[in-house]
Design a protein around this ligand. Structure first.
Ligand SMILES: O[C@H]1[C@H](O)[C@@H](O)[C@H](O)[C@@H](O)[C@H]1O
Ligand SMILES: [Fe+2]
Ligand SMILES: [Fe+2]
Length: 306
């Protein structure tokens, strides 16, 4: 069993580092070609926000500060500011390289530099969906918005960049990670924003709903404003990939429209790779780089405004 997995990983550019990809058959759920592991690299189940371990206190503290500060007014201000795209000019690949210096404090499953995660996601999708090149590129770029943490992009704090996202302007759903900390959010007691619909209406479409500010909405803005030719499903995946209360728990369906329902199917496919490809297995960057450069050229201008 282990041998087959190592061969597959190798064929697709994964460098099977010593015994790090050595997985016990009993720990595996086989799902299509992609092997969905049951445990993260810390030996815990994925997205277990209460499991005791070295990352738990930091992650919980991250969500406390995030939930207190992500208010309707804050998000409005950030969207306006970052829609200007007046900070940096660079290519998609240059941006990928910047993620070498970024570690995500909200993530209980990963403490590697983010570039590893981008390539692991993209390559895992490529193996199972060889013909959907747009989805490979979506995997590569979905977390690029994390550059907001870097000084030239405003050096935002972690709580304004990473972590799960959720709508602001209506009641915070109970399925959101560490929901209890919303009690200190200024919108929590505001009757304009604390009901089921709040500022929105039934079936108004997610495009009309403001999401907590972070790397997802920022990268969506960057891709759209720089006139990517990626399909609308790709933009949807980028924009809502951290919206776990929707794509995992099924909350907020009442504000979705028909197009959202269609696009959600691709987001659910994508999420499997985004979440479960997180591991200590390294990708050989130089080996896969020409392929991704060709996709970038197909779907993006050479330089983008950020
Ligand atoms: O990239 C982020 C990050 O890894 C977070 O920990 C997770 O909560 C988000 O949903 C995800 O998009
Ligand atoms: Fe993300
Ligand atoms: Fe990701």
């Amino acid at each position: 069993m282990t041998i087959i997995i190592e061969q597959q990983l190798h064929e697709f550019g994964f460098e099977a580092e010593e015994k790090k990809v050595h997985v016990d058959e009993k720990e595996l759920v086989l799902d299509g070609v992609f092997v969905v592991p049951q445990n993260n690299s810390f030996g815990q189940t994925f997205r277990d926000y209460d499991a005791e371990g070295e990352r738990q206190p930091g992650v919980e503290n991250f969500y406390r500060i995030n939930h207190i500060n992500q208010s309707y007014d804050f998000v409005k201000k950030m969207r306006k500011e970052y829609s200007k795209l007046n900070r940096v000019e660079m290519s998609i690949w240059e941006c990928c390289e910047l993620l070498n210096d970024v570690v995500d404090e909200s993530d209980p499953d990963l403490d590697e530099p983010q570039i590893e995660h981008l390539l692991q996601t993209a390559e895992a999708i490529r193996r199972d969906y060889p013909d959907e090149d747009w989805l490979h590129l979506t995997g590569l770029i979905h977390d690029l918005g994390k550059v907001l943490l870097l000084p030239s992009f405003g050096g935002l704090p972690q709580w304004a960049v990473v972590g799960d996202t959720y709508p602001v302007g209506c009641a915070f759903d109970e399925s959101i990670v560490h929901h209890k900390y919303f009690k200190e959010n200024p919108d929590y007691n505001n009757p304009a924003y604390n009901t089921k619909y709040g500022a929105y209406s039934e079936g108004c479409g997610l495009d009309n709903v403001m999401m907590s500010w972070g790397h997802d909405d920022y990268m969506y803005l960057v891709a759209k404003e720089n006139k990517t030719t990626l399909p609308s499903a790709a933009l949807f995946v980028i924009r809502y990939h951290s919206f776990y209360s929707l794509h995992r728990s099924g909350a907020y369906k009442h504000v979705m429209n028909e197009e959202d329902v269609e696009n959600l199917k691709w987001l659910q496919v994508f999420n499997k790779y985004d979440l479960y490809s997180k591991s200590k297995v390294r990708i050989d960057v130089e080996k896969v780089k020409p392929y991704y450069l060709s996709l970038i050229e197909k779907y993006f201008p050479a330089k983008l405004k950020w």
